[in-house]
Design a protein around this ligand. Structure first.
Ligand code: NAG
Ligand code: NAG
Ligand code: NAG
Length: 388
């Protein structure tokens, strides 16, 4: 008996030693490898939905001098297959996003019209400061805030090849997409060792989204029809927005819930941002997003962020981020939507609103009473750690 015990013990000691040796060696090996490697680019996906402030957040990243930014590259996929559905196009969208993160712009071959291409063949290319400055365009310096309208006027003749060249010259590639409807489609990108993917999940109060959609519905009709699918032609016009909102609220909830279930190492690559928190504390929240992806919040960017969140005017075009009073805009639904619509929407989006801390109003009086704060604090332990 004692000999058996002893040999068992010996075996255990031997195994432990072997394991320790293995980890020591592989750790050593890894550290040598990583010392030799080039610094890896950081890939950031701003994952959001229509009319949720994602153009604004895209600009916050895109105007940073270390960032190559593209807004909605998957617009090209959707507009090439307008009779398809979001789920059928999910993988094409995912593969396009992966290619663009790797600065392989040949992926657009499938979606651009035949004939000569320019960088201006890309959807809203002028919202990318990187496509308005060297090496893409020599009209503006790389380290200035560049208004998209100015860029569009002066840089629209550059050849398509400059897009790839520009992309390769940045440490951060940031893409904004509203065309993902679950997180599962992104798992392969999160696990891909050649990518360093960080997801900024931007959400907004569905009541504000609905109000904003109503003011810009012409811009969104092709997308909305695709989101609702076959049903679209059989439902009354006044019901359509609610069908779209149901799909959006459900997908945003699924994304949020799936992110909470990620293994810890991947969970750290996901950051939830509520648009309302961003407009209330633009500097704090922007600083948190920059920290999350390893960007410096330069002083002139701080001034710029302060400026654009305190500008005047409500701005109603779907694809622009102008100076506007963002805080006022975020509350506009409270005096401009009828309570009946709000009540109907709250029923449809109740699960998402509860999860994300958007309080329901129970009467028209509550809706119009602006001293009633409808935003609950979000106490996510992981996010508290980061705020530091
Ligand atoms: C911010 O606004 C002030 C006043 O309008 C202006 O002088 C300044 O150039 C702006 N700064 C940035 C970085 O936008
Ligand atoms: C917000 O916008 C509304 C409608 O344009 C306006 O009546 C109100 O005075 C604005 N409030 C602030 C604080 O700017
Ligand atoms: C508005 O809400 C505040 C805060 O709950 C409350 O004190 C006030 O009585 C409300 N006013 C009206 C007119 O309902």
């Amino acid at each position: 008996m004692p000999t058996k015990k002893t040999s068992l013990l010996l075996l255990l000691v031997f195994q432990t030693a072997l394991l320790a040796l293995f980890f020591h060696l592989s750790g050593h090996h890894l550290s040598i490898l990583s010392r030799r490697e080039e610094p890896k680019p950081v890939h950031v996906l701003v994952l959001s939905s229509w009319r949720s402030g994602s153009s604004f957040v895209g600009q916050l990243f895109g105007q940073h001098p270390d960032v190559f930014y593209l807004m909605e590259p998957a617009w090209h996929v959707w507009m090439s297959f307008t009779q398809s559905t979001p789920s059928k196009l999910h993988m094409a969208v995912r593969d396009l996003v992966r290619a663009v993160f790797q600065c392989d712009m040949s992926v657009f071959d499938a979606y651009l019209l035949p004939g000569p291409r320019k960088q201006s063949s890309l959807f809203v290319w002028e919202t990318s400061r990187a496509l308005c400055s060297p090496p893409a365009c020599s009209m503006f310096p790389r380290d200035k805030i560049i208004p998209p309208a100015h860029c569009k006027a002066l840089c629209h003749r550059e050849p398509f090849e400059v897009v790839e060249e520009a992309c390769r010259s940045y440490s951060h590639v940031v893409l904004k997409e509203v065309r993902f409807f679950n997180l599962q489609a992104l798992y392969p990108l999160l696990k891909d060792p050649s990518l360093n993917l960080h997801i900024v999940h931007l959400v907004r109060d569905p009541r504000a989204v609905l109000r904003s959609r109503e003011r810009t519905s012409g811009d969104l009709v092709v997308d909305s029809r695709m989101v609702v699918g076959q049903l679209w032609d059989h439902i009354k016009e006044e019901d359509r927005a609610f069908h779209v909102m149901r799909a959006i609220c459900e997908s945003q909830r699924e994304i949020y819930e799936a992110a909470q279930l990620l293994p810890e190492a991947l969970r750290r690559r996901y950051l939830l941002v509520r648009y309302e928190d961003l407009v209330r504390r633009p500097l704090t929240q922007t600083s948190q997003m920059y920290d999350f992806v390893g960007l410096k919040f330069l002083p002139r960017l701080q001034t710029w962020v302060q400026n654009i969140t305190q500008g005047k005017g409500l701005g109603n075009h779907a694809f622009r981020t102008n100076a506007r009073n963002a805080l006022n805009v975020s509350q506009a639904w409270r005096w401009s939507l009828p309570y009946t619509k709000v009540a109907r929407l709250q029923k449809i989006c109740a699960a998402l609103m509860n999860l994300l801390g958007y309080r329901q109003v129970l009467s028209e009086q509550e809706q119009r009473n602006l001293s009633l704060d409808l935003l609950s604090p979000l106490d996510l332990p992981e996010q508290n750690d980061r705020q530091g």
